[in-house]
Design a protein around this ligand. Structure first.
Ligand SMILES: O=C(O)CCC(=O)C(=O)O
Ligand SMILES: [Fe+2]
Length: 177
C-alpha cells in the first residue's frame, strides 16, 4: 500500500502539471499554489446485493477534492454522467481511472474544485456506483486535497472572462456542500 501510494503521488504530480498546462499556466502553477498538499486513500467495499433495487449504492456526486485516482477491482459498477446518460466505466486490469479531466470526450467526471478555480473551463461532473448483484466489488480512491481557498485563479480572469464564483475558504465551502 505504501508503494502504491508513493506511485500515485508521483502520478499526481504529473497530472497537476498537465492540468496547469491545460489552463495555459506554467506547469508548476497548481502545485506552487497549494493545490496538491498530500493524499488520502479510501477503500470501498460494495457487497453483492440480492435486491439492488432496494439499495442506493454510492449515490450520484461530484468529488470536492482536486484529483481522485481510482483503482477498481475486476467488477465494474462505476458510472459517469455524460450528456444526460450514465456511462459504465469498465474496469481495465492494471489501469487507474483519473477522476479529473477537462475533456468530456474522455467520459471522465471532473471535480468541483477544478470547476471553481478554472472559472468553468473544467466542468464538474457526476458519478455514482449503483448497487448491483455482481460482487463483492472493491475500489481504492486516492484523493489529492488542496489547501488553497476556492475561487477562480486570478491569472485566468479578464474583462471577457469575469469571475463566476467568489473566493471562499474550504471550511466555508464544505459547510454548505
Ligand atoms: O468506488 C468507486 O468506483 C467510486 C468511488 C467514488 O466515487 C469516490 O471515492 O469518490
Ligand atoms: Fe466520487
Amino acid at each position: 500500500m505504501v508503494d502504491y501510494s508513493n506511485q500515485v503521488m508521483k502520478l499526481g504530480t504529473l497530472l497537476f502539471e498537465l492540468l496547469s498546462e491545460a489552463l495555459s499556466l506554467n506547469s508548476t502553477y497548481l502545485r506552487d499554489t497549494s493545490c496538491d498538499v498530500g493524499q488520502f486513500a479510501f477503500g470501498h467495499y460494495y457487497p453483492s446485493y440480492l435486491e439492488p433495487n432496494l439499495t442506493l449504492g454510492t449515490i450520484k456526486h461530484v468529488d470536492v477534492n482536486f484529483i481522485t485516482v481510482l483503482l477498481q477491482g475486476h467488477i465494474g459498477g462505476l458510472q459517469v454522467l455524460h450528456q444526460n446518460t450514465q456511462i459504465d466505466v469498465t474496469p481495465v486490469p492494471g489501469a487507474l481511472f483519473i477522476i479529473c479531466d477537462p475533456s468530456p470526450i474522455w467520459l471522465i467526471p471532473n471535480i468541483l474544485e477544478c470547476q471553481l478555480i478554472s472559472n468553468d473551463k473544467f466542468k464538474s461532473g457526476q458519478h455514482r456506483v449503483p448497487a448491483n448483484t455482481a460482487g463483492p466489488r472493491v475500489s481504492i480512491s486516492s484523493i489529492h486535497p488542496s489547501s488553497r481557498t476556492y475561487g477562480p485563479i486570478m491569472e485566468l480572469l479578464s474583462e471577457d472572462n469575469p469571475a463566476k464564483y467568489r473566493e471562499f475558504s474550504i471550511p466555508e465551502f464544505t459547510a454548505h456542500y
